[in-house]
Design a protein around this ligand. Structure first.
Ligand code: PLP
Length: 476
C-alpha cells in the first residue's frame, strides 16, 4: 500500500515512512492511493475475531511494509484487556470497546476505558508500540514535541512512556487544564517523558511547537517529530473500532448502523468515513460539534469558514474547541473526486486565512453519497443531556459524549441502530458533572488519589529559545 498526498505534489510513500512524519512535503495530508475493500466473506469472518485479531485484519491492509507476524504481535500487545480496564464496574474489558445499550436502537460504544480515560488512547497506544518497533528496525530515535490542552498530551505520554528510542516533550498551559488532567500528566516519573508548563495559554504553547518545527535545521538535527491528529497511524487505528461497533450491533451483513461522533479536528469521524469507503455498512455518520461549529456549518451549508483563534469559544467540552479541523482536507479530497488540483485551490484560500464555499460546485451535489449529517450543541444542551441519561439509566457520561448523544437524538432513524462514540469518561470533567448532577462522577480504582501523587514538571516562560535549549539539554 502506497500513500499519496491530498495536494498531489509529493512522492508516494510507504506506511512506515509516513508514520513518523507529519504533513507531506507539499503541505498536504497522506491517504492510501486506494481504499482497501472489505467483502462480504471477510465481514463474516470478522464476527469471530477478538479486537486484536480484527485490528490485525484491518491494519495489515494499510501497513503492508511491516511483516505480518510482527504486526500481529504489535496488535496483540496493544489491544489487551489489561490496558482497557478503567471502565464502569459492569463493563467488559475483554471487548476493548464494549457496546452498551442505552435504549431501543441506541447504543454507547465505550472507547475511553484506556489509561487516560479518553478515546485518544485507542490510537495512541498503537502508535507507541509502532514507533518503538519502526525506530528499532531503523536504528533511529525520535523526540516528540507537542502542545496540549489536556487529552492529547496525556494519551501521548502514557503511550510513549518507557519506549526505547522515544522521548516526549509536552508543552501545556500552566493555568488552563483541570486539576485531574494536570495530575495525570505531571505525575509521570518516566525518564523519557518531559512535561513543560508554559506561563501562557494553549495557543502560546502551540506557537512554540510551530516555531520549532519551522526551524528545519533544528528539527532535522534533533529528530523532532509529532503525534498530532493528522498522523495517519492514528486515523488507521481508529478505523478498527467502527468495524467493532458495527459487528457488535448487527447479526447479518445486510444490516446498517449509524455512528454519532463528537468532533473537533475531524480525526475520529474521518476514520468512520474511511471505514465506510472500505465497504463497512454504515448508514449515516452523524457529526456533532459544540459551540465551535465550523464543521456543522459546512455540512449544513457547504461553507467552510475556519475561525480566528481569538474567536474560539471556551466551552465545557474543551477537547472540541477548535478554530479549524486539521483532518478535514482528507474528506474534502474524496468529496471532490480525489482531484488534488481542486484541493490545492481550496486550501490556497484557507491557508491565506480565508474560506471556501462548495454550494455552487458539482461537488456539493455528491455530499449525500458520503452519508454525513450534522448538528451542534450548547452548554445548556450538554447539561440537559447528561441529566436526562442519568435519570433514565443511572449512567454518567462526559460532556463531549453528551454533545454526540444530543445530535444523535436529532438524526436517529427507526430501524437503524445508532451508536454514539464515548470519547471520554466523566471522571475527566468532574466540574461539569457536578454542575449537571450535583455529584462527582465515579473514578477508576487506580486513579482515586491521583492529585496527591508527586508531580514532575518544568515551568517556563513563553520562549521558543528556552524550549529549544531544554530539548537540547535533555537529548544527550
Ligand atoms: C480529541 C477529542 C474529541 C475530538 O476528536 P477529533 O478526532 O479531534 O474530531 C472529542 N472528544 C474528546 C473527549 C476528545 O479528547
Amino acid at each position: 500500500m502506497k500513500y499519496l498526498s491530498t495536494r498531489g505534489q509529493s512522492p508516494q510513500l510507504g506506511f512506515s515512512d509516513i508514520l513518523l512524519g507529519g504533513l507531506m512535503v507539499d503541505g498536504g495530508l497522506s491517504l492510501p492511493v486506494a481504499y482497501p475493500r472489505i467483502g462480504d466473506a471477510e465481514l463474516t469472518a470478522m464476527r469471530a475475531m477478538s479486537y486484536a485479531e480484527l485490528a490485525f485484519a484491518i491494519l495489515s491492509k494499510f501497513a503492508t511494509d511491516i511483516p505480518a507476524d510482527d504486526l500481529r504481535a504489535i496488535c496483540a500487545k496493544t489491544y489487551t484487556a489489561g490496558v482497557y480496564c478503567n471502565g464502569r464496574a459492569d463493563s467488559d474489558a475483554s471487548q476493548i470497546t464494549p457496546l452498551r445499550r442505552l435504549e431501543e436502537g441506541l447504543y454507547l460504544q465505550e472507547l475511553s476505558n484506556g489509561p487516560t480515560l479518553a478515546f485518544k488512547d485507542m490510537a495512541m497506544q498503537l502508535l507507541g508500540n509502532l514507533f518503538e518497533y519502526v525506530l528499532a528496525r531503523r536504528g533511529e530515535e525520535i523526540n516528540i514535541l507537542g502542545a496540549t490542552s489536556g487529552d492529547t498530551g496525556s494519551a501521548a505520554e502514557y503511550a510513549m512512556r518507557g519506549k526505547r528510542g522515544v522521548r516526549v516533550f509536552m508543552l501545556s498551559p500552566r493555568e488552563n487544564m483541570s486539576v485531574f488532567q494536570r495530575a495525570q500528566m505531571y505525575s509521570l516519573q518516566d525518564a523519557n517523558i518531559f512535561n513543560i508548563a508554559v506561563r501562557g495559554m494553549f495557543d502560546d504553547a502551540q506557537d512554540i511547537v510551530k516555531a520549532v518545527s519551522n526551524d528545519l535545521e533544528f528539527k532535522t538535527r534533533h529528530r523532532i517529530g509529532a503525534v498530532n491528529s493528522i498522523n495517519w497511524g492514528r486515523v488507521a487505528a481508529q478505523v478498527i473500532y467502527y468495524f467493532k461497533g458495527w459487528l457488535a450491533a448487527t447479526t447479518t451483513n445486510d444490516q446498517k448502523v449509524s455512528f454519532a461522533v463528537p468532533s473537533g479536528n475531524f480525526g475520529n469521524i474521518c476514520a468512520g468515513h474511511i471505514a465506510r469507503m472500505m465497504g463497512l455498512p454504515i448508514h449515516k455518520l452523524i457529526l456533532a460539534t459544540n459551540e465551535n461549529d465550523v464543521l456543522d456549518e459546512f455540512f449544513r451549508t457547504g461553507l467552510y469558514r475556519p475561525r480566528k483563534t481569538a474567536d474560539v469559544h471556551v466551552t465545557s467540552s474543551p477537547s472540541m474547541d477548535i478554530s479549524k479541523a486539521s483532518n478535514f482536507e482528507r474528506f474534502v479530497f474524496d468529496l471532490v473526486g480525489r482531484d488534488p488540483a481542486v484541493v490545492r485551490d481550496l486550501w490556497r484560500a484557507v491557508d491565506a486565512g480565508g474560506h471556501f464555499d462548495l454550494t455552487a460546485t458539482p461537488h456539493w451535489g455528491r455530499l449525500a453519497e458520503f452519508g454525513f449529517v450534522s448538528g451542534s450543541s450548547s452548554h445548556a444542551n450538554r447539561l440537559d443531556t447528561i441529566r436526562q441519561i442519568y435519570r433514565a439509566s443511572g449512567l454518567m457520561i462526559d460532556p463531549h459524549t453528551a454533545d454526540g448523544l444530543k445530535v444523535a437524538y436529532e438524526h436517529r432513524e427507526t430501524g437503524i441502530p445508532t451508536i454514539v462514540l464515548e470519547t471520554a469518561l466523566p471522571a475527566k470533567f468532574e466540574e461539569t458533572l457536578v454542575e449537571a448532577l450535583g455529584e462527582k462522577p465515579w473514578r477508576p480504582a487506580a486513579m482515586q488519589e491521583i492529585e496527591s501523587l508527586p508531580q514532575r514538571v518544568e515551568v517556563m516562560e513563553v520562549s521558543t529559545e528556552a524550549v529549544k535549549a531544554f530539548v537540547v539539554a535533555h537529548t544527550h
